[in-house]
Design a protein. Structure first.
Length: 88
C-alpha cells in the first residue's frame, strides 16, 4: 500500500504509541472503515424499505413539531398523515 509522507508518518507514530506494528494499525483502520460502510448500507436499505411502505409524516407536521422543541408547548412526535399507494 502506498501512503503519502504525512500519512505514513502518522501511521508509524500511531503504531509506536500503541506498541503495535504499522500493519496492525492499518488493518484495524480498514476493518473499522468496512464495518462503517456495511452499517451505512444496512441503514440505507432499511430506510428505503420503510419508505417503500408509503407511510410518511407531512412537512407541515414535521415543521410544527421541530419548531416546538425547547418551548413551553413542545409537541409530541407526529403520527403519519400521508399514505401513498404503491403501484408495485
Amino acid at each position: 500500500m502506498r501512503l503519502d509522507t504525512e500519512l505514513k508518518k502518522w501511521l508509524e507514530e500511531e503504531a509506536e504509541r500503541h506498541d503495535r506494528s504499522a500493519g496492525y494499525i492499518a488493518v484495524q483502520a480498514i476493518k473499522r472503515l468496512k464495518e462503517a460502510g456495511e452499517h451505512k448500507r444496512q441503514m440505507i436499505e432499511a430506510a428505503v424499505a420503510e419508505a417503500d411502505k408509503g407511510v410518511f409524516i407531512s412537512e407541515e407536521k414535521m415543521d410544527a413539531w421541530v419548531n416546538s422543541w425547547d418551548t413551553e408547548n413542545e409537541l409530541p412526535m407526529p403520527e403519519p398523515d400521508v399514505f401513498l399507494r404503491q403501484g408495485r
